[in-house]
Design a protein around this ligand. Structure first.
Ligand code: MN
Length: 301
């Protein structure tokens, strides 16, 4: 509503990620930022870890609800067990993708798969669902392998959308793309769609674009109108490239919910608090995550 950066240009804008915690996990939240809610449909980008877990410091995110979005879980190291209220139970490893579509409501947990120590490093991304599908049914997809394409000094894996001849079969409800770039030292050129806006988050190493070195802990917004991007690396580096047609609906985000109005979020909050059937039940031993009311909430009783 306010402060939205409406850039039709290709000027690079680098913003700092916000350090926060998800459970015991230190994360760098690259999106949303004060000035930017979305990049295409992407509305949330958490870079999680790398972190070392032990029997006394376990990674577990207990059951919690989602609304109006898709979650993408993508790991560089470690394993996570996903459970949701559709009955899905799915272990995810590096190179695989868990894609959960909330529709009008789903609940899930992301748990330590019985291995209580080791490294964990990954990203969690959210894509806002457009109004044409956000009231639809919830769904879960696991992609054990995703299409890749080779570059002279690296490899790209297409999680969502299409880059060149590599097309992911993952569901996406808006024109968008999500790519992991695994780069060796050298120069790289990645094809882009002119009608998409893009942002890059470096998760290890350092990547130079438009003369600026980008490191972990930042969002590099590339704008619209480019048909390719030139990158340079001096060490082995990994980056996520996210893009899409600019999302043309104004979203409202609170906690794990993506909606359009306070009333929708209040209704979802009340459903979760009461534990009614909307978000279902997750077959997890962990206690559900409870949250206080949204700031505008007033009891109607
Ligand atoms: Mn979640």
């Amino acid at each position: 509503m306010d402060g939205e950066q409406d850039s039709n240009e290709t000027e690079l804008i680098v913003t700092d990620s916000r350090s926060t915690k998800v459970g015991e996990f230190d994360v760098r939240r690259a999106l949303p930022t004060r000035g930017r809610r979305t990049v295409g449909p992407w509305c949330f980008v958490d870079h999680m870890g790398p972190a070392t877990f032990s029997p006394s410091r376990s990674f577990d995110i207990a059951p919690h609800p989602h609304l109006g979005l898709q979650t993408v879980t993508w790991l560089f190291e470690g394993e996570i067990l996903h459970r949701d209220s559709l009955g899905s139970e799915q272990l995810i490893r590096p190179g695989q993708m868990n894609l959960m579509t909330s529709g009008e409501g789903i609940a899930h947990s992301e748990e330590n798969p019985g291995v209580t120590s080791g490294e964990l490093h990954g990203v969690q991304l959210w894509a806002a669902l457009p109004s044409s599908t956000r009231h639809g049914p919830s769904a879960f997809e696991h992609h054990g392998a995703l299409p890749t394409f080779e570059m002279p000094h690296g490899q790209a894996t297409v999680l969502v959308g299409t880059v060149g001849a590599a097309a992911s079969s993952a569901r996406h409800d808006s024109e968008s793309v999500g790519v992991e770039l695994r780069l060796r030292p050298g120069e790289h050129v990645v094809p882009l769609e002119k009608t998409f806006e893009y942002a890059m988050v470096v998760t290890s190493g350092a990547v130079e674009l438009d003369g600026t070195w980008v490191t972990p802990g930042h969002l590099a917004y590339l704008g619209l109108g480019r048909d390719e991007i030139g990158l340079k690396t001096g060490e082995g580096s990994v980056a996520m490239l996210l893009g899409g047609v600019p999302f043309d609906e104004t979203i409202m985000m609170w906690w794990n919910f993506v909606a359009r109005t306070q009333e929708e979020i209040t209704a979802a909050y009340e459903s979760w608090s009461k534990g009614d059937d909307r978000f279902g039940r997750v077959a997890s031993d962990l206690a559900r995550i409870e949250v206080g009311p949204p700031p505008w909430f007033r009891s109607r009783t």
